[in-house]
Write a new protein. Structure first.
Length: 336
């Protein structure tokens, strides 16, 4: 029936645990939708919550179809929690400029592969753009990053970037929300796309056509701000205990540098100040917690704008049973 289940919401709401439970009950496999967890060697700092014994499996033994991923720098496979596959973690090394266009193309192939084996694909994650790229068509996302363009643009301030985008693509500028209009990274990406699509080298294409299913159920997890923030604080403390600092040290020893896009992840940015002896560890951790809380608020704002999400408050005692009942009714309903 080509059904697709999506579990979304802000950080620390228990999306993965719910996904594992539903995958076991409905014969499913999980596909991660987390822009920070695609990088290899960043397990603790990005909160993959995978067992240390979880080995990367490049392909399923009973895989009936080839995924046909031609880029040798991309590693497609899964790691498992309690024998439930988690796809699209550990896709690339930290120095690879991975983008949402690549995610959408790969995720669709994995979704189709899971469906071909009569299993339920379950998208789990908090990166709204990744999830949206699978459900709603987005143009131009598959245009690759251009390092040369980015370096030139990084010397401009926010106002200069805004003016440049207005000249290059006024309609794009007008479609942006206020947050994006004041976000240098988003402005640079918009300018980068505009410059490349105007050149003769790249013809704008929309590889991100809608996935081959019209039967999508989206479940959103949420909680009161106080509850969410408390969970975030405990989660950051646990990552420190689990070796976040040691993990960053190991990456630096391998030759990866602070200026990589992967090192702009929440947590790494704040701990960088401690590594550079500009901040005491306690203060860096406080800043990390604050950044995670701000990120959670942005996630909620994003998801609230998406249509058709069935929201559940994780503070409700029987919310998991309610979700199971909803999924059961949807999953067993025959397509017409």
């Amino acid at each position: 029936m080509n059904k697709l289940l999506v579990i979304c919401g802000p950080t620390a709401t228990g999306k993965t645990d719910l996904g594992i439970s539903l995958a076991r009950k409905f014969n499913g496999e999980i596909i991660s939708a987390d822009s920070r967890q695609v990088y290899k060697g960043m397990d603790v700092i990005t909160g993959k919550d995978l067992p240390v014994s979880s080995k990367f499996i490049r392909q399923l033994a009973d895989q009936s179809s080839k995924l046909n991923i031609n880029n040798p720098q991309l590693t497609i496979g899964y790691r498992a929690i309690e024998e439930i596959p988690i796809w699209l973690v550990d896709i690339v090394n930290p120095d690879y400029p991975f983008n949402v266009g690549e995610y959408a193309q790969i995720a669709k192939k994995v979704i189709e592969d899971i469906q071909s084996r009569n299993k339920l694909p379950i998208i789990v994650g908090g990166t709204g753009l990744y999830i949206k790229s699978l459900i709603y068509p987005l143009s131009n996302i598959s245009i690759p990053p251009d390092i040369k363009i980015r370096k030139n643009l990084e010397s401009l301030n926010t106002e200069e970037l805004q003016n440049k985008l207005k000249i290059l693509d006024k309609s794009w500028w007008e479609r942006m929300n206020n947050s994006d209009k004041n976000n240098p990274r988003r402005l640079i990406r918009a300018i980068e796309i505009a410059l490349q699509t105007q050149s003769s080298k790249i013809k704008a294409q929309n590889y991100n056509s809608k996935i081959k299913t019209n039967n999508v159920l989206i479940v959103g997890l949420t909680a009161r701000k106080e509850t969410l923030f408390s969970k975030i604080e405990r989660r950051v403390d646990q990552r420190i205990k689990d070796g976040a600092l040691e993990e960053i040290k190991g990456l630096l020893k391998k030759g990866y540098s602070w200026d990589l896009h992967s090192f702009s992840s929440t947590g790494i940015r704040q701990l960088k100040e401690h590594f550079e002896k500009k901040e005491k560890l306690e203060n860096a951790i406080i800043k990390w917690k604050l950044a995670e809380k701000q990120y959670a608020k942005r996630q909620l704002t994003w998801f609230k704008k998406m249509k058709d999400i069935h929201w559940f408050d994780i503070e409700t005692s029987n919310y998991q049973k309610q979700i199971e009942d909803l999924v059961q009714k949807w999953y067993t309903l025959l397509s017409h």
